[in-house]
Design a protein. Structure first.
Length: 243
C-alpha cells in the first residue's frame, strides 16, 4: 500500500508541477459553471433547489477531462522507456496501476471540491426542504463514473506510445459507453436491448444521481473499473515479457 501511495503522490504532484491540472480544472469549472448558472439554469429566478443541470454537464465534461488526464499516464512512459525502468523496481504492475489510478481520481475529487460553492449556493436559495441526499448521490455518481472511466483511460494509455492516440481511444470508448449503447438499445428490443441498456453509463449514472442507490449500479461501475484495470495489467505484463 505504501508503494501505491508514493506513486499516487508523485503522479499527482506532476499534474500540478505542470499546467495540465490548472488548465483542465479551469476548463472543467468554466464548462459546468456556464451551463449550470447561465445557459440552461434559471435557479436564481425560481430558486429551485437542484443541481441536476450541473450533474448532467459535469458528466459530459468528464468525457473529455478524464482522457486528457490519463493519456500520458502510461503512453508517455511507454514512449520514453521509463515504464520498463519503473517495472524493474521492487513494485508490481498492480501497484503502478493503482498508484496512477488514485492520482487521477484524487484530481477528479479536487475538481469536484471546487464545485462545492454550487452546492452551498443552491442550498441557500432553497425556500423549502432541501434534499441533501440527492446532491450527495449526484456527487457519488460522478465519482463512480469517473473511477470506471479512469480505468478505461489507463487501458487506452497502456496500449499506445502516443498520448493523442491514447486520448482518442479513451474518448471513443467513452462515447460508446455514454451514448452509443443507450441509443442502440432503443432500436433493439428483448434481451439484446436490455443488455445494451445495462451497458449504458447514463442509465446507471442517472439512477444514482436521482438518489436511488441500487446494488446493480454499484456492481456495474465496479465491474467496468475492474475490467479496465485487469486489461491494463495484462498490457503491462505483455510489454514486460516482450522486453
Amino acid at each position: 500500500m505504501r508503494a501505491i501511495l508514493i506513486i499516487a503522490r508523485k503522479e499527482l504532484q506532476s499534474f500540478f508541477d505542470s499546467l495540465i491540472a490548472y488548465v483542465l480544472l479551469i476548463v472543467f469549472l468554466a464548462i459546468t459553471g456556464f451551463f449550470t448558472w447561465l445557459l440552461e439554469s434559471d435557479v436564481f429566478f425560481i430558486k429551485q433547489a437542484t443541481l441536476s443541470v450541473f450533474f448532467g454537464y459535469a458528466n459530459f465534461a468528464l468525457l473529455i477531462f478524464i482522457p486528457a488526464v490519463t493519456m500520458k499516464m502510461l503512453a508517455e512512459e511507454n514512449k520514453s522507456g521509463t515504464i520498463e525502468l519503473l517495472l524493474t523496481k521492487p513494485i508490481t504492475n498492480w501497484q503502478v496501476l493503482w498508484g496512477k489510478f488514485l492520482a487521477c481520481l484524487a484530481l477528479i475529487v479536487f475538481a469536484l471540491l471546487c464545485t462545492l460553492p454550487y452546492y452551498i449556493t443552491v442550498a441557500n436559495l432553497s425556500v423549502g426542504k432541501f434534499d441533501h441526499g440527492v446532491i450527495f448521490c449526484g456527487y457519488f455518481a460522478i465519482l463512480l463514473t469517473s473511477a470506471a472511466y479512469i480505468s478505461i483511460g489507463l487501458f487506452a494509455s497502456s496500449i499506445s506510445n502516443n498520448q493523442i492516440v491514447s486520448f482518442l481511444i479513451a474518448l471513443v470508448i467513452g462515447v460508446i459507453f455514454f451514448f452509443i449503447f443507450g441509443m442502440v438499445s432503443n432500436v433493439f428490443g428483448g434481451a439484446l436491448g436490455d443488455t445494451l441498456n445495462y451497458l449504458d453509463f447514463m442509465s446507471h449514472y442517472g439512477s444514482i444521481s436521482r438518489g436511488v442507490v441500487d446494488s446493480r449500479d454499484l456492481i456495474y461501475f465496479g465491474s467496468i473499473m475492474l475490467l479496465g484495470m485487469v486489461l491494463s495489467e495484462l498490457s503491462l505484463s505483455k510489454r514486460t515479457i516482450s522486453e
